[in-house]
Ligand binder design. Structure first.
Ligand SMILES: Nc1nc(=O)n([C@H]2C[C@H](O)[C@@H](COP(=O)(O)O)O2)cc1CO
Ligand SMILES: [Zn+2]
Length: 164
């Protein structure tokens, strides 16, 4: 055998795979989201998943949704930090200017602000299951205005399995 291996994973499969794996750390019972930030030269800068801030116990803060809990004080939304924001905040290395964000779910309006302000220029997203909601419409409005490019990840169709 003299040639290189040909069935290696693509950059997009690699980084979206890391984002998916990161989401598997999430304790949210309904939606697990993972994010991976990558430099222009394809080096991983940071990762994140949705969860409560440091010190806010996963066992004490509520994981229910508004409609289940009714009182927003007792639902997850006031407390859950989105995977994208966690990935931005987890970065300790300086500037994210020009970087690329891989995220398993399209970013909301709040994360869009952080994405724009941190200098991320491209978003590769997986699901867009909240498309058409005010939060996603507002997000797309800001991303479009700020010139942040976004496109949906195109699955290769092959299954990537890991055994650890
Ligand atoms: N882009 C996103 N990144 C995220 O990390 N999230 C988080 C917030 C919640 O913890 C969960 C959404 O819960 P649900 O409304 O689908 O039960 O995913 C949500 C979105 C959607 O905008
Ligand atoms: Zn968000």
């Amino acid at each position: 055998m003299t040639g290189k291996r040909e069935d290696y994973i693509t950059w997009d499969e690699y980084f979206m795979g890391v984002a998916v794996l990161s989401g598997k750390r999430s304790k949210d019972p309904s939606t697990q989201v993972g994010a991976c930030i990558v430099s222009q030269d394809n080096k991983i800068l940071s990762m994140g998943y949705n969860g409560f801030p440091l010190g806010c116990s996963d066992d004490e803060f509520p994981w229910g949704r508004d409609n289940e809990a009714e009182d927003p004080y007792n639902a997850k939304y006031f407390y859950s930090t989105h995977s994208e924001l966690n990935a931005i905040l987890n970065y300790r290395g300086g500037s994210l200017e020009g970087s690329k964000l891989y995220v398993t779910l399209f970013p909301c309006n709040e994360c869009a602000k952080a994405i724009i302000q941190s200098g991320i220029k491209t978003i590769v997203y997986g699901s867009d299951k909240y498309a058409g909601t005010p939060a996603v419409n507002a997000s797309k409005r800001m991303l479009n205005a700020a010139g942040v490019r976004y496109y949906q990840y195109q699955p290769s169709g092959r299954k990537i399995e890991i055994e650890v």
